[in-house]
Every structure is written in structure tokens, then in C-alpha cells.
Design a protein around this ligand. Structure first.
Ligand code: PRP
Length: 225
């Protein structure tokens, strides 16, 4: 019998498509009810233990080996730069990380004063504006970032845009794209060596399913985005 593995999944928007992907890949039973408050789900038939974790904590569980595998957005990986393998782009939760401003406001290049930027992503934001040689003051927030420029807390925001509805509803417009993001499978470096057979099986099955899902005719010859 193969060795058991622990998988940290991001709760929130990514959870439901991730569970579906695992089911499609042959791991039956990967379901969670919306009101389920359990943090650990056991799938002994597959030798899996699943941890339901806040997205920004997934890399921590995987890097420290509390989980062998994890699923998390590229945005979180760019922000945290954890020491993990990142072997598969799952193609789920595709969105972009942008600089946004109140509609009608002066473009960045024409501003002479230091910009105040509200974001959940201070590291990415600092790197981005440093590369452009623009001085910025960062204001770290934990949610509802779009509110900051509406009440004078910040001149700009750096945040994720998926449908664009939140920006539009708050009279904000996209100014620059910093990066694209999608969900990634991440792997603890030691686990890949110590539990090689089991880890390889999961990685192979998931990769194959991602290819199938991305293939226009379900031929399995998927095109990477
Ligand atoms: C995310 C993101 C934006 C919004 C973008 O927030 O931070 O606010 O979704 O989605 P849209 O382009 O489809 O409107 P989330 O819903 O995770 O909540 P938060 O503001 O509390 O972080």
C-alpha cells in the first residue's frame, strides 16, 4: 500500500473548481458542503488527507512540510516567493493583478508627488514600482481594497481583477497590468523525494486531467495558456 499524503487546498473561490479537478482526475469523494466547518478531510481510499487553508497560508504549510502538496494562486506565490516546487499550472481561477485608479484621474507618469498605494500585495507592488523608478508609499490592507481610493486613503490600488465588476461598481479603472495569475500545484521539496511514487502518481494524474480540460476537443492534447 502506498504512503499517505497531505494536500493543502485554498478555501474560497478556488476550492470548488479544485475539488472538481481532483474528482475528474479520479479522486472520487472530493466534495465539501458550503457549511462544512471541518479543516481536515480524510480520503483513506486514496491515502489522502486534505487541509482546508486560507490561500495565503497554503505555501507555509507546504514549505514547512505540514502538507506535501498544495493548490494556491500564482499571485500568492509571487508575493511570498516560498521555497517549493511549482510543477503544474492548473489553469483555474485565471485573473490579473493590476494597478487601478479612480476613473478620470491623472495617469501615473504625469504625477510628480509620491504615490500612495493600497494593496494586499506589498512585496509585488514595491518590486514593480521600484523597477519603474517611481517612489511609492505602501498601505497594506487585507480586503475590500477598492474602498481605499474612494475615501482618500490611497491614490492607487494594486489588486486582482477577474470579471472587472468590482472595479466598475466602484468607478475605478485598470491602469497597468502587473502579472497574470492562475492556480498552481505546489510541492514540498523533501516530500517529492521521500514519497516519490505517491507524489508522482498525483502529479501525473492532475497534469493529464489539466491537459484534457484545456484541450478543445477533449483529445488530451491540451494547449498551455
Ligand atoms: C477579489 C479581489 C477583488 C475582486 C475582483 O476580492 O481582491 O476585490 O475579487 O473580482 P472581480 O474582478 O470579478 O470583481 P475578494 O472577493 O476575494 O474579496 P476581498 O476584497 O475581501 O479580498
Amino acid at each position: 500500500m502506498s504512503e499517505g499524503i497531505t494536500i493543502a487546498l485554498s478555501k474560497g473561490k478556488l476550492l470548488s473548481p479544485t475539488l472538481l479537478l481532483f474528482r475528474q482526475a479520479g479522486y472520487s469523494g472530493y466534495y465539501v458542503q458550503e457549511d462544512d466547518r471541518r479543516l481536515i478531510l480524510e480520503y483513506p481510499e486514496h491515502g489522502h488527507r486534505v487541509l482546508i487553508v486560507r490561500p495565503s497560508d497554503v505555501p507555509v504549510y507546504v514549505e514547512y512540510g505540514a502538507a506535501d502538496l498544495g493548490v494556491v494562486g500564482k499571485d500568492v506565490l509571487l508575493e511570498q516567493s516560498p521555497d517549493v516546487y511549482e510543477p503544474v499550472d492548473l489553469g483555474l481561477g485565471v485573473c490579473k493583478l493590476v494597478v487601478a485608479k479612480p476613473n478620470g484621474q491623472t495617469p501615473i507618469q504625469r504625477l510628480s508627488s509620491k504615490l500612495r498605494i493600497a494593496t494586499k500585495y506589498p512585496n509585488i507592488t514595491e518590486r514593480y514600482f521600484n523597477q519603474q523608478g517611481l517612489p511609492v508609499e505602501l498601505i497594506k490592507l487585507y480586503g475590500s481594497i477598492e474602498l481605499a481610493p474612494l475615501v482618500g486613503l490611497a491614490d492607487r490600488i494594486v489588486d486582482l481583477v477577474e470579471t472587472g465588476k468590482t472595479l466598475k461598481a466602484n468607478n475605478l479603472v485598470e491602469e497597468e497590468i502587473i502579472a497574470w495569475s492562475s492556480a498552481r500545484l505546489i510541492v514540498n521539496r523533501a516530500s517529492l523525494k521521500m514519497k516519490h511514487a505517491t507524489m508522482t502518481e498525483v502529479l501525473t494524474r492532475i497534469k493529464k486531467q489539466v491537459m484534457t480540460n484545456q484541450s478543445p476537443k477533449g483529445t488530451g492534447k491540451g494547449v498551455r495558456r
